[in-house]
Design a protein around this ligand. Sequence first.
Ligand code: ZN
Length: 362
Amino acid sequence: MIHEQRLVETFLELARIDSPSGDEQALAEHVAARLRALGAKTQIDAMFNVSAFLPGRGVKSGTKPLFLNAHLDNVAPARGIQPVVAGGQIASDGTTVLGADDLAGVAAILEGVTALLESDKKVLPLEIAFTTQEELGLVGAKGLDLGNFSAKEGVVFDGGGPVGAIILASPTHNLLEIIIKGKASHSARPAGSINALKIAAQAIAKTKLGQLDRDSTANFGIVRAGQARNVVPDKAEIVGEVRSRNTRKLEQHTRAIKQVFEKTARGTGAKLEFRVTRAYNRYEFKKNDRVIQRVAKALKQIGRAPRYEMTMGGSDANVWNAKGIKTAVVSVGYEQIHTTSEYLPIAELVKAAELVQALATA
Ligand SMILES: [Zn+2]
């Protein structure tokens, strides 16, 4: 049985330990101790990712372990979180995020496994990863050595909305860094100068942004240029991105943006640098894939109908899927994440822990 009061206490305890991205050591040590107390072998790596290995109970030797994952880091403002319990939900005091993204996932895993071990049910061998710097670009997951892991299937507890969602597809994501180098001069003696900002503006105006097709989006989020009102800007920098659930379309859209900038810069004397970095790769499941059916079955067991969703975001699941663990993302109940209005209905947190328990039993 999930112990609601204990689960809420666990969540509050986690939320009160500062764990902004890149500074997760204290929380990593806390959760590692919790996992050791459950009988798990634990490791903390140089990035403070926590790995934990729990033997199965009442299952045949050689039973494949199940992989469970949530991330430890919180987006800013995340120092000094004071969680407030009221009206059946948990929120921050309004000055920080709550950190339910993704401490709801961490707490659900801790309580789900604890409750399962207290029961007389069979327990699958479990391989748990609590990762760091997820919000900075899945950094901890990318760095985690999976050499000690043997699970082939897993579940990431890091999705929004009521428990029941299963993410079937996530895009590939390209990061763009575009630099235009012109030539500076005094604004009142512009002869021979090359205005990098003007070239950037012309190219931006000609670029298709927003929803490009059913599977693809593009955005320019930052433009930096210029140093003073009376200096012709010699450098303009644009930071953007392209995402698509279809890799061919992603490459086409990325190339099209590059061509707009090349064409615009041509003949102006400006130099163009166009850098593309792959943030993460796509994955896609069908409803009848084994890991999806496994999650759907567990959801039905806890009285929730599966909702199949697609996302335009990435999560640690993109890394696990690329590294060979078939991993589905499920919702854990949090709402309005990455804002100071973030909140978590306690009933959903309980359901998330029930889902952990249902998945981890044989
Ligand atoms: Zn998250």
